[in-house]
Design a protein around this ligand. Structure first.
Ligand code: NAP
Length: 481
């Protein structure tokens, strides 16, 4: 350490950046150190200064870096900077961590915060924070702040980016880092020991992990039904009647696929819950893990529901444009003209009116509840609901939504279920196929809410186990005779 650096170290909490004006820091300021004057180091340094900390940067070339660092900060060589503060943020890429080895003496007893991330998952055999701890065993390493970007640090915490995750071996060290995070305006969450560091380092690399399965299901279902309806509607008309109705692909076919996929996906939101209840009934206990596939399925129900809502929304939009379509207007005019030409009169069909109005009304009610389910699944809304309110909306109203949408589809089919002409090439229409899963879910749910089954499942959820009394008779004896 040079003599100049030593004298800088002893100085008060004022800016010693040689190129800039000295900015006095608050008198009670606590000094923290940031190694690295890159994007993250500079943004973090700025926020620390704004929060009232004295900031000392550690850099390979302090003189060159002095023009980069924020006003009010000081920049020194690594060794001198390390000695000036107890808490040191390491804002350097992991590949360069060996520069810390010769600093082992200066870093002894210091608290190092590892901010590093990787380019891909499992890039290194151990987590960066664990690697850092192995390089500097005399220091206390805490992982944290790595889920924030340099940009968000500069702009201040917004609602979406307020969370800071911390992990490390020492409770005191973690509390010290959490105190800094809180002072910077973040809410810090202790995620446990340093072994969790790899998980925290994988956070920024995640690509919609919970959306992947629902997106695959939505894409698979859409592709399958587009193919199915293309054959049944368009190709069938061409082969059997020589009619080219390929223009119907754009709106009519899309308006068939969207509600079909929407209804199936909505029912897939409720099917795992029903299956889980039957599994618990069969096992007679809730203390056994569900199979992994069921766990995974249950965890992505929200995403399944939101995608289902998206398809329902498209169905509504496609339905609203029906009256302005050229094909529909042409057909309506043609029908009217032919009725006039042939001097025919048509009777008003009350049954058809009832059917049409009920079909539309059920669709509107179902869609309104659908939107309510979507809104209440947003974290900002669900956070203000009690558990009972949330479960009432998502479970009770959710099943009611499924019932309304299923009834809407049954009414669409009406008497076509029994007509042989509906089954072109012996295949059922798409809307009939899509009724299978919702009907099964609703039937199973109906079974579950019958009083005797409901009583058993409620007991199981309260901790009762079938056969437990016989297995351990002492457990069933009353504590007070
Ligand atoms: P950067 O812009 O590349 O800066 C890294 C700094 O490390 C450099 O400015 C340099 O500072 C120092 N450095 C470079 N080579 C070195 C070496 N051989 N020995 C010692 N120090 C060296 O990187 P960054 O974007 O600030 O990211 C820093 C760390 O934070 C990375 O591990 C990154 O994964 C993590 N991170 C970044 C962000 C972000 O938004 N940028 C977000 C979360 C986490 P000096 O020239 O002053 O020595």
């Amino acid at each position: 350490m040079t003599g100049q650096e030593r004298s800088e170290e002893k100085s008060e909490c004022v800016s010693l950046s040689p190129m800039r004006e000295a900015v006095p820091a608050p008198p009670e300021c606590e000094r923290v150190c940031v190694f690295g004057t890159g994007d993250l180091g500079r943004s973090l340094g700025l926020r620390l200064l704004q929060a009232g900390y004295g900031v000392v940067f550690g850099s390979r070339r302090p003189h060159r870096s002095s023009s980069l660092i924020p006003h009010g900060a000081q920049v020194l060589g690594h060794a001198a900077a390390a000695q000036s503060a107890h808490l040191i943020f390491i804002a350097v890429q992991r590949e360069h961590y060996d520069f810390l080895v010769p600093l082992a003496n200066q870093l002894k007893g210091k608290l190092l915060v590892d901010l590093s991330n990787n380019l891909r998952k499992n890039q290194y055999p151990e987590a960066n924070a664990e690697y850092l701890q192995s390089l500097v065993p005399g220091a206390e390493v805490v992982k944290g702040f790595n889920t924030l970007s340099a940009w968000s640090l500069q702009n201040g915490p917004s609602d979406a980016n307020r969370q800071v995750y911390i992990c490390g071996e020492s409770v005191e060290a973690k509390q010290a880092v959490m105190a800094v995070a809180t002072k910077l305006g973040f809410s810090a969450l202790d995620r446990g020991f340093l072994s969790v560091a790899r998980e925290l380092e994988d956070f920024p690399l995640q690509l919609f992990p919970q959306w992947r399965l629902p997106l695959h299901i939505a894409t698979g279902l859409s592709a399958a039904f587009v193919f199915y309806l293309l054959i049944r509607d368009i190709i069938y008309a061409y082969v059997t009647q020589g009619k080219d109705i390929s223009f119907r692909i754009i709106v009519s076919l899309a308006n068939k696929v969207c509600p079909i996929v929407s209804l199936i996906m909505l029912s897939l939101c409720y099917l795992p819950g029903v299956l889980a209840s039957f599994l618990q009934l069969y096992r007679g206990t809730k203390y056994r893990r569900f199979p992994d596939w069921l766990d995974r399925w249950m965890l992505c129900r929200k995403q399944l529901g939101l995608l289902a809502l998206g398809f329902a929304f498209l169905h509504v939009l496609y339905t609203l444009i029906i009256p302005i379509r050229y094909y529909v207007r042409f057909k309506a005019t043609e029908r009217t003209v032919s009725v006039i030409r042939e001097n025919r009169t048509t009777e008003f069909d009350t049954t058809a009116a009832w059917r049409g109005d009920s079909y539309l009304s059920l669709g509107i009610l179902g869609f309104s509840l659908y939107v309510l389910l979507g809104i209440t699944s947003l974290p900002s809304v669900s956070n203000v609901l009690s558990w009972r309110e949330f479960s009432f909306i998502q479970s009770k109203l959710g099943h009611l939504t499924l019932l309304l949408c299923t009834a809407h589809t049954y009414l669409y089919g009406w008497n076509k279920f029994l007509s042989s002409s509906t089954y072109k090439w012996y295949t059922p229409p798409g809307y009939m196929l899509c009724l299978v899963i919702p009907s099964v879910v609703l039937l199973l749910k109906l079974l579950l809410i019958t009083p005797c089954v409901d009583r058993t499942i409620t007991r199981i959820r309260q901790g009762w186990e079938r056969g437990a009394d016989q297995r351990n008779p002492k457990d069933s004896q009353p504590l007070i005779p």
